[in-house]
Design a protein. Structure first.
Ligand code: SF4
Length: 147
């Protein structure tokens, strides 16, 4: 069975988060982790962006790569925070270019309470964000389990 090592970068606004939803979703292959359904998965790194404008994005992937990480996930907080991270699109281009690693936006399914607020605010109303939320949108019952 193919084994994948992933690294998770969280938005620093949630820096005290213990990662419970991300780790649960990874174990269940839910949200953005559903792409690893038939693979062995190891979360080999977990850190924050370092705070706006995300200085740690420049350096953290280097250490992750040394430890065998090939896929970097930006945690769902990048999308559901208000406002969604304004630098995401640049980060998503930077990491593959500099380190040759794949970037996936999102980790666990979007919690329903965030979904409702952002849907009302029409937050994900450009092409980049509307694509970015797709892996973690899930269905309502799944979102409710992550509330
Ligand atoms: S909004 Fe973006 S740059 Fe700012 S703390 Fe969150 S992830 Fe980092």
């Amino acid at each position: 069975m193919k084994k994948i090592k992933v690294g998770i970068i969280i938005c620093d606004r949630y820096k005290t988060c213990a990662g419970g939803k991300c780790f649960r979703a990874a174990a269940n292959r839910e949200g953005a982790f559903s792409i690893y359904k038939d693979m062995e998965l190891e979360i080999a790194a977990f850190t924050t962006c370092g705070g706006c404008p995300g200085g740690n994005i420049e350096y953290a992937p280097e250490e992750m790569k040394k430890n065998g990480v090939t896929h970097v996930h930006f945690a769902t907080g990048f999308i559901v925070g208000y406002p969604p991270c304004p630098y995401m699109e640049q980060f998503k281009k930077f990491i593959p270019e500099k380190y040759g690693m794949e970037v996936i936006i999102g980790t666990h399914p979007i919690p329903q309470k965030y979904y409702v607020t952002h849907a009302r605010l029409n937050s994900w109303n450009n092409e980049f964000l509307s694509e970015s939320v797709k892996p973690t949108l899930a269905d309502e019952s799944t979102r409710l389990r992550y509330d």
